[in-house]
Design a protein around this ligand. Structure first.
Ligand code: SF4
Length: 329
């Protein structure tokens, strides 16, 4: 099948200060081979937890994770390594802390091959040299240590390490957030080129809207542990149906056209009743405070593409047409 990853009704709760927090509260999402799905939301929306649960850094409290046709929701040990770890990888925000500073780049890159016992020692050395060439550093860098590199070079190594086992899925969590804008563009170009070469899927977690719009085929918007809107990048930015998405999309417009939600993100420990956005929503009505809207799957009438949203009054809050060309990172 073309589906690499399928999350169904994934719930992730954590114990905190004597209560249970629903960090993720019933998220369902499919990612196809070669597809980039952007996951956006404020910090505290649960997007990072979705990414980590998808790769089974956490075991979901409930719900299922099917990866390349195998249910890995509760897989452990060798089975988890074989089914999921061998075929997926994560790229982290901060390559300085995710790369072991005491290891040479050659060792850092060879490690996944050693763990999964791929090829002979000579094969592994060759694979390291090839990937160093591919990311534009060159085989001589195998002898260097992470601290000898720039931030952008370190993130290239983080990406290279993720690619060593030829994964079908990479979860990238704010991979460019710690880099300068000019370096960000190079990293995004590298990720796009590699996707075109290898047909791998990305779950791309970020709060950078210009970036997510550029890189994603589809975007899921999260709010307080739930997906509130899911559709093509174009539909979400030009025809958002959920007021929260409209407010995010409006941030790309001139200041007078921006829709700024009132107040702050409520605590996931004490989520509002009804629609979780109702206290901040500019068009909330009494029904919104009591009835929680389900994520409804529809077809966007303009684009004809699948478009899902969780709002009682979809499309009522419209955004001004973009008064400038899209900002490209
Ligand atoms: Fe706003 Fe009501 Fe829609 Fe929630 S359900 S986003 S409060 S209009």
């Amino acid at each position: 099948s073309d589906v690499v990853l399928e999350l169904t009704d994934v719930v992730q709760t954590f114990a905190a200060k004597g209560t249970r927090i629903h960090a993720v509260n019933g998220v369902s999402l499919k990612i196809a081979r070669g597809e980039t799905v952007g996951l956006v939301g404020e910090s505290g929306s649960g997007k990072t937890t979705v990414g980590r649960t998808a790769l089974r850094l956490y075991t979901p409290t409930s719900g299922s994770i099917v990866f390349e046709g195998d249910d890995v929701s509760r897989a452990r040990g060798g089975r988890l390594r074989r089914l999921l770890r061998r075929r997926s990888a994560m790229v982290f925000q901060n390559p300085s802390t995710s790369l072991n500073g005491y290891m040479r780049l050659g060792e850092i890159l060879r490690e996944p091959l050693d763990i999964h016992q791929v090829g002979t020692p000579a094969d592994r050395r060759k694979a390291v040299d090839e990937i160093l060439d591919r990311i534009g550093l060159g085989a001589a860098y195998a002898q260097r240590y992470p601290h000898e590199l720039s931030g952008g070079q370190r993130q290239r190594v983080g990406i290279a390490r993720a690619l060593m086992l030829d994964p079908s899925l990479i979860v990238a969590d704010e991979p460019t957030a710690s880099l300068d804008v000019s370096v960000q563009a190079q990293i995004v170009n590298l990720l796009e080129d590699i996707q075109a070469e290898r047909g791998l899927a990305y779950l791309f977690i970020t709060h950078d809207l210009a970036l997510v719009r550029r890189i994603s085929h589809r975007i899921a918007v999260m709010y307080l542990g739930r997906i509130v809107e899911l559709g093509t990048s174009e539909d979400l930015f030009t025809r958002p149906q959920h007021p929260y998405t409209a407010s995010l999309a409006s941030m790309e417009l001139e200041p007078e056209h921006r829709i700024v939600p009132e107040g702050e993100l409520p605590s996931p420990a004490n989520p509002p009743t009804g629609c979780a956005f109702h206290q901040r929503c500019p068009i909330a009505r009494p029904q919104c405070a009591t009835d929680r809207p389900e994520l409804k799957e529809t077809t966007n009438p303009v684009s004809g593409q699948p478009h899902a949203f969780a709002c009682h009054f979809p499309g009522e809050l419209t955004i001004a047409a973009a008064s400038h060309t899209q900002h490209v990172v």
